[in-house]
Design a protein around this ligand. Structure first.
Ligand code: F6R
Ligand code: ZN
Length: 191
């Protein structure tokens, strides 16, 4: 067997997921983002400040058992985005491009409802619906963020992407997405 320098040889393993709770058991990395980590992302800064002052609730969590950050390996995680709104805008993840732009990602929705918002650096925008059993394919070159449009349920997805993809948050942090998920008369409008 020839082992390539680019791709570390590791032993196979199994990971336990709790699909009803939307968690990975014994994750090695558990990222927790609170409302206070989302400054500058929402349209209504004052509404965000108020929510931070009122207890700074958890916004979303990511559970990972990382593999080598290398070509050939497949990174995977569970992403769990809580329900809520900042003003009229539904809770969302920060969103990012992959550092290696030509790497895509699969999101399998396990629970809840919402959208995957995607955009390209030349201004294209695309929104795909999340419902349990729907798999959203985020192709290479598209930045992506999840939006939870439920009033009561978490949006839980299982994600798979290239081990060497990396995350680039910088551009989204400053420029955002061309559209937002807003509640109008009890429904989500993308404007
Ligand atoms: C990984 C990926 C997801 C997100 C997660 C949190 O490439 O797209 O696992 O990392 O949904 O969102 P961000 O990373 O935008 O804070
Ligand atoms: Zn990603």
């Amino acid at each position: 067997m020839e082992i390539k320098e680019s791709t570390t040889f590791i032993l196979p393993f199994t990971v336990d997921l709790d699909l009803t709770k939307g968690i990975m058991k014994n994750p090695k990395n558990h990222i927790i983002r609170h409302a206070s980590d989302m400054k500058g992302y929402y349209k209504n800064d004052e509404a965000l400040k108020k929510i931070i002052q009122e207890g700074d609730p958890i916004h979303y969590e990511v559970f990972e058992v990382p593999v080598p950050n290398e070509y050939g390996h497949l990174m995977y995680c569970i992403s769990k985005l809580y329900p809520g709104k900042i003003g009229e805008e539904y809770f969302m993840t920060k969103g990012h491009y992959h550092t290696i732009l030509e790497t895509g990602e699969i999101y399998l929705c396990l629970k809840g409802e919402g959208y995957m918002f995607m955009k390209t650096s030349d201004g294209q925008f695309n929104a795909q619906r999340f419902e349990p059993g729907k798999m959203v394919y985020c192709p290479p070159y598209w930045a992506h963020r999840s939006v939870n449009t439920s009033s009561k349920e978490e949006l839980v997805s299982f994600c798979v992407y290239s081990g060497d993809a990396g995350h680039n948050y910088g551009e989204i942090e400053t420029e955002g997405f061309p559209k937002r998920g807003m509640e109008r008369n009890g429904k989500c409008v993308i404007i």
